[in-house]
Design a protein around this ligand. Structure first.
Ligand code: ADP
Length: 258
C-alpha cells in the first residue's frame, strides 16, 4: 500500500539530525509498530511518509503512485495522520470539525459522534480546543481521523495520553478496521505491552536509521517470549544481540543490533 524506498532527510536547523536510507512498506490490513528511543527519528519518519516533510533523496509510493506535490491532496484523502496539531486551538471542537470536515468528503459524522461519545467528549462543548486536556485532544483527533475512513493511518504516539478504558476501546476499533476494512496502520509507541499482541510487523529505529523491520515473529524469532522493551532499550549496542530469524521477501532481511 505504501512503500518508502531509500528515503533520506536532514533538518536544516541546528540539530543536524538526519534520516538515513530508510526502506519499508506497509500493506493493507496490517499493523506495524514503530519502536525506538526518544529522538531516534520516529516522528520525522512519520512526517516524511505523510508528506509533511520532503525526502532529500529516495521516494515514497502509495498504491504504486509516487507521492509528490501533484499527488499529495489525493493521497491525503485516503491517509490519516494522528499526532500533530490538527486544528485551531482558539476555536471550539465543533467549529474545527465543521470546517475541516468540508475538506474530506468521506467524513462520517455519525461515526465521529459515536466515537466521541465512547471517549466521553461532548461534540458541542463550548470550550475552545486549547482548554482540552492532552487526552481529550488526542481522543478527538482519533475520532475525527477515523471518521474519515482512511485506508492508511500514520499514528505518532497515539496511546500516550489515553485513559485505560478508551485505550482498550480504541485498540479494539483499530483491530476491527484492520480486519474488516483492510486499514493499514503504522503506529509509533512506547507502550509496548499494549501493542505487542496486536501488531503484525515491527520496525525499530535508532539514530535516524531502521535497525530492524519485518514480521513480528521474524523480528523476535526465538525471543518471542521476551519483553519487546528489550528490543528498544538496548539499541545503543550495550545489551544482548538478537538476530531475527531469516527474513523472507518482501520482508527486508534485518539484523537487529541490540
Ligand atoms: P522521535 O519521534 O523518535 O522522538 P523526532 O523525529 O521527533 O524523534 O526527532 C529526531 C531528531 O530530530 C531529534 O534530535 C530532534 O531534536 C530533531 N528534530 C525534530 N524536529 C526538528 C526540527 N523541526 N528542526 C530540527 N531538528 C528537529
Amino acid at each position: 500500500m505504501i512503500e518508502a524506498k531509500n528515503i533520506e532527510f536532514k533538518y536544516k536547523a541546528a540539530s543536524g539530525f538526519f534520516v538515513n536510507d530508510i526502506t519499508l512498506d506497509i500493506s493493507e490490513g496490517q499493523i506495524c509498530c514503530l519502536l525506538g528511543k526518544n529522538g531516534c527519528g520516529k516522528t520525522t519518519l512519520l512526517k516524511l511518509l505523510y508528506g509533511m516533510l520532503t525526502p532529500s533523496s529516495g521516494s515514497i509510493y502509495y498504491k504504486g503512485r509516487k507521492i509528490c506535490a501533484a499527488t499529495l491532496s489525493q493521497y491525503h484523502e485516503e491517509v490519516g495522520f494522528v499526532g500533530h496539531c490538527w486544528c485551531n486551538e482558539s476555536l471550539t471542537l465543533e467549529h474545527n470539525v465543521g470546517f475541516l470536515s468540508l475538506l474530506y468528503p468521506s467524513f462520517d459524522r455519525k461515526y465521529y459522534e459515536s466515537l466521541l461519545k465512547k471517549a466521553g467528549i461532548e461534540a458541542d462543548s463550548d470550550k475552545v480546543f486549547s482548554a482540552f486536556s492532552a487526552g481529550e485532544k488526542i481522543k478527538s483527533e482519533i475520532a475525527f481521523v477515523l471518521a474519515r475512513h482512511p485506508k492508511l493511518l500514520l499514528m505518532d504516539e497515539p496511546l500516550a495520553n489515553l485513559d485505560t478504558v478508551f485505550k482498550t476501546d480504541i485498540l479494539e476499533i483499530l483491530q476491527d478496521e484492520v480486519a474488516e476494512n483492510g486499514l493499514g496502520i503504522l503506529l509509533s509507541t512506547h507502550l509496548l505491552d499494549e501493542i505487542s499482541d496486536i501488531c503484525d510487523r515491527i520496525a525499530v529505529m535508532d539514530k535516524g536509521s531502521l535497525t530492524a523491520f519485518g514480521d513480528r515473529f521474524e523480528i523476535l524469532g526465538e525471543n518471542e517470549d521476551k519483553d519487546l522493551r528489550d528490543l528498544v532499550k538496548n539499541t545503543d549496542g550495550s545489551g544482548p544481540r538478537i538476530v531475527p530469524a531469516e527474513a523472507k521477501d518482501p520482508v527486508r532481511k534485518a539484523e537487529v543490533q541490540i
